[in-house]
Design a protein around this ligand. Structure first.
Ligand SMILES: [Zn+2]
Length: 332
């Protein structure tokens, strides 16, 4: 192990500056230089925006770059640090995990100084960038195998005050869905690590296949709304239009709302995101393909709910996720 993780520039420099976060080399690969943007307008909220946590979710890096284009003109106070690609190795390979060590960056927090490259990236970000922020937006998307509405997500947080603050932040994006998402594995995820420090962390998600202009516009509008709510930029927040509708709803999904595949095959969706379904309604059909004598399997809604996410591509194995159902928060 050679040098320590470091920044090639001083984040305290007033105004706009750019440079790199250097992740030291290790036994598995050379040092990495991750581009970092900083706009320091003095006193005020301190925000860190990250994209490219998962390499096959390109909306985050694109929107991060778009923000860096207009923030210098728009930002009136506080500090914004943008790291468009948390995991450039995965982004370049367009894979969810890092090709070098096979790790999912969002499952190795808090990382390790002397670990594999994914762990070293996380360690460097937590040492050098996270201390400079009180709020974090991590820009994800569901990728090409899901249909998912533009959403801001938080997992449940034990601290009630932080939970309320985080939900308010999430709702300030004014995206079609704010989702309180019960999930497993959260201890080793970015959000849990930030929440443990009492800081606000929200995660933007978006599905729908390929990266498209409309999706990017909605995504960017959501982040702009959040920057207005924080007081970092001036302007009026506006709810973006998604599939001909303006709507903001806060939903909740529990582990028991996740529908998994009973077998291998192709999943045929029979409803769309944000559809309301009653108990027994058809969500989709699992089509086993090994033999035409094997019957197709109906996947039905176990309870009255709203379809929040639905598998829209990719061959599925038994136990793979097919749909996330949800319901209005506080009405369960
Ligand atoms: Zn992701």
């Amino acid at each position: 192990m050679g040098e320590a993780p470091h920044l090639t520039f001083n984040l305290d420099t007033p105004g706009v500056s750019t440079g790199h976060l250097v992740v030291p080399r290790g036994v598995d690969c050379e040092a990495l230089s991750l581009p970092v943007f900083s706009c320091n307008r003095g006193e005020g909220p301190r925000l860190l925006i990250t994209g490219g946590n998962h390499g096959n979710e390109l909306e985050g890096p694109i929107v991060a770059r778009r923000l860096a284009d207009w923030l210098p003109e728009a930002q009136t106070c506080g500090r914004v640090i943008i790291l468009p690609e948390l995991n450039p190795l995965a982004v370049q390979a367009w894979t969810r995990t890092t090709p070098v060590d096979g790790k999912n960056l969002n499952r190795v927090f808090p990382g390790r100084f002397d670990g594999s490259v994914t762990e070293r990236i996380v360690d460097a970000v937590l040492r050098l960038l996270l201390p400079m922020a009180d709020t974090v937006f991590d820009l994800h998307s569901f990728g090409p195998t899901w249909d998912f509405p533009p959403a801001v997500i938080t997992h449940p947080i034990a601290d009630a005050d932080l939970m309320a603050k985080t939900l308010r932040m999430a709702e300030a994006f004014k995206l079609p869905v704010t989702l309180l998402w019960e999930y497993y594995d959260t201890d080793v995820m970015f959000d849990a690590w930030v929440h443990r420090q009492g800081k606000v962390f929200v995660c933007a998600e978006f599905g729908g296949g390929t990266v498209g202009s409309e999706a990017l516009g909605i995504y960017e509008a959501g982040v702009r709304n959040a920057l207005i709510a924080l007081g970092l930029v001036e302007g009026t927040a506006e709810s973006p239009i998604f599939r001909q509708q303006k709507s903001n709803q806060t939903l909740e999904t529990l582990l028991s709302d996740l529908l998994k595949s009973p077998a291998r095959g192709i999943f045929e969706p029979r409803c769309s995101v944000l559809d309301k379904v009653q108990q027994g309604d058809l969500i989709g059909i699992l089509r086993p393909m090994e033999s035409l004598s094997t019957g197709s399997i109906d996947i039905c809604a176990p309870t009255t709910s709203i379809v929040c996410g639905i598998r829209s591509g990719g061959y599925v194995n038994a136990d793979d996720e097919l749909a996330y159902l949800a319901r209005p928060r506080n009405l369960s």
